[in-house]
Design a protein around this ligand. Sequence first.
Ligand code: 3PG
Length: 400
Amino acid sequence: IDELLAEGVGGKRVFVRADLNVPLDGTVITDDGRIRAVVPTVKALAEAGARVVVASHLGRPKGAPDPAFSLAPAAARLGELLGTDVEFATDTVGESARTTVAALTGGQVAVIENLRFNPGETSKDDAERGAFADQLAALADVYVGDGFGAVHRRHASVYDLPARLPHAAGYLIANEVTVLKKLTEDVQRPYVVVLGGAKVSDKLAVIDQLLGKADRILIGGGMAYTFLKAKGYEIGTSLVQEDQIPAVIEYIERAEKTGVELVLPVDTLVAPAFPDLKTKAPAHPTAVAADAIPADQLGLDIGPETRKLYTSKITDAATVFWNGPMGVFEHPDFAEGTKAVAQALVDSKAFTVVGGGDSAAAVRILGFDEAAFGHISTGGGASLEYLEGKTLPGLAALED
Ligand code: 3PG
């Protein structure tokens, strides 16, 4: 982007592909981290006199307008953060977008409506995606990719559009790549990875890669119960992905052979039912050993012994990468595991990277100071796929 700014963008229509996919409670943004992350790029372009067109997806609407997924709240928040009025187009490439962009003067910013309201954005069909990219290209003279959270998606605005316009990477993408490169090319040891979240299937590829790179992998969250089941434990009614058990068994064996410490919970908090996240009514959890989960209970967080164990496993690290909450942190009865891991990262002297929409949101929602972490990535799937060593369509499109 610095080269682009040096060339001059005054009066040019610059399309900024951001990731404004923020968590919403109705129309209230519960974590604006991703919006704040794109501000430096938008600000620099606006200050240089560009006519800035910001675009993003939000959630997973079904290729048609859906008010529940409108970007209007995100556009309003961007305006507050920039301290200026931000125009909002109520469609993506229709009349509203065309007239809004045409009316922009140098230094003004507009947000267009959710890109996924158009089926061309996510289409698997190259021609359909290309046709949508053509329509988006008609709105701009230059493309700036800064939606790091979406670079793993081969979508029209991420992959096809940069091929149609002069393009550059924004500050956010440049910074994310610099940090994640450190973890893949020049990692300081001991390198400890903490993985959580609901589904083990989302994490298998990254575990596969990390078994050759990390010194220690700590497992928590919903995915831990598939590991416990793979070890032959009874897990009651806890979340499990039966079809992933053979892969998990293979990883447990491979970790033993390669000397990677694969650490599983030794205890867990259980309750008879999933807690009510709306009322946050007390769920009365009990702590039980990981191999003694009662048949009628489900695991919802790591237990107190595991909190101590994981803290001790993080303390001496030189590098920590953490992706995925340790439990259902949205409910106060099951937030302690995630808090303990976040606190261990804060207290350690290691270079700490929090990756993932959920874990990044968790540390902010639980009240931690972002500045206490080395880096909080805006990418969930994107940061994982980067660590898996995959070619990310949105980065490849910018490099060419
Ligand atoms: C994310 O939340 O990880 C990104 O915004 C990508 O969203 P997606 O998984 O719906 O493509």
